[in-house]
Design a protein around this ligand. Structure first.
Ligand SMILES: [Zn+2]
Length: 235
């Protein structure tokens, strides 16, 4: 199945997915009353609906997402989150949602989206499209830039993951952003937690903004780590 077909076939609505997280995590002792949600999504307002759905299910989240859903909050950010998390039973619990995003237009164009009040289509994820355009342009050397902090860090972080000599598709880049975000959050949480007992559910995927204005999720991965033991959450 090509990527446009994969995105068109995305049938799990965001709201249904979030409902599933409540059900799946309740079975392993994660409830809104004993967890803090960590939301990592791109700054794009198109992701507002996703964040709202998380808030309705899990309460107001601690937000860590930069452009492209990369995470630059570091262990300091996660230490702050850790100091806010409930822990009455002696354990702290995070529910992490790390979701990158892509648009899909009515003609199957990946990365294009029709926004409210705009005649012309625009890009989603704009940050990843801009990075991919630079790769297509032959650029390979990326360094941090204090005048464009998030985008330059996105480029340097994702450049480490690029396959040699080829430019990934936009969906592949969104998937790389997802994987990088989860890996970085795992490391930051580990560094922040030190000897504190922290159990974490990691939920990640790509949100597809469809031509009918509906959001769906694809490439969902879920796992939960309790007392250092990781378990896959089949979705
Ligand atoms: Zn974006």
């Amino acid at each position: 199945m090509d990527e446009a077909a994969e995105l068109r076939a995305a049938s799990v609505a965001v709201t249904d997915f979030i409902t599933w997280t409540q059900w799946a995590l309740a079975r392993v002792g994660f409830r809104p009353s004993n967890c803090l949600a960590i939301v990592d999504v791109c700054r794009d307002e198109l992701m507002g609906e996703f964040s709202d759905a998380v808030t309705r299910a899990w309460g107001t989240p601690f937000e860590v997402g930069a452009l492209g859903a990369l995470v630059f909050a570091g262990p300091t950010g996660m230490r702050a989150a850790l100091s806010h998390v409930p822990g009455e039973d002696g354990r702290h619990r995070f529910v992490v949602f790390a979701f990158s995003h892509v648009g899909l237009d009515a003609d199957g164009g990946v990365g294009r989206v029709q926004r409210r009040g705009m005649h012309r289509e625009s890009t989603a994820c704009g940050a990843l499209v801009a990075f991919r355009d630079q790769l297509l342009d032959g650029q390979t050397a990326f360094t941090p830039d204090l005048e464009d902090v998030e985008q330059s860090l996105l480029r340097t972080r994702l450049a480490r993951l690029l396959p040699l000599g080829e430019v990934p598709s936009l969906v592949e880049l969104a998937d790389m952003a997802r994987r990088a975000a989860v890996a970085d959050l795992r490391r930051y949480i580990e560094l922040a937690s030190e000897d504190e007992p922290v159990d974490v559910a990691y939920l990640s995927g790509i949100v597809v903004h469809g031509p009918d204005g509906r959001d769906a999720v694809v490439r969902v991965e879920g796992s939960v780590t309790i007392d250092g033991v990781e378990r896959h959450l089949p979705h």
